[in-house]
Design a protein around this ligand. Structure first.
Ligand code: ZN
Length: 105
């Protein structure tokens, strides 16, 4: 009865929210606390890149904070089904959809 769907998403394991032809991420600037939402388009922002461990797609993107001009860099490798294999974020940290909604000005 929906027990499994109620399980909260663990963004430490997978901060990527699938949404049709996009993957949505939420993150928070480490410098000023500004929160961001970004829609990453599959096959455009996330490109085909066959690599180790069954990697099929890669995300390598830089964002500039609106408030403090902080550089935020996000990197990830995905499997064919868009599940992340590994990911890194610098200048910010991933937050949940809920946390984004609470912190948005
Ligand atoms: Zn900032």
């Amino acid at each position: 009865m929906g027990l499994f769907s109620k399980k909260p998403k663990d963004i430490n394991k997978n901060p990527f929210y699938e949404s049709g032809s996009a993957i949505v991420i939420y993150f928070k600037c480490k410098k000023c606390g500004e929160v961001f939402m970004s829609h990453l388009r599959k096959y455009y922002d996330i490109t085909v890149n066959y690599g180790q461990d069954g990697a099929a797609y890669r995300l390598d993107k830089e964002f500039i904070g609106g408030d403090c001009q902080n550089k935020i860099h996000i990197y990830a490798d995905f499997k064919r089904n868009f599940k992340p294999i590994n990911f890194e974020i610098s200048g910010a940290s991933f937050i949940s959809k809920e946390e984004y909604a609470q912190n948005k000005k």
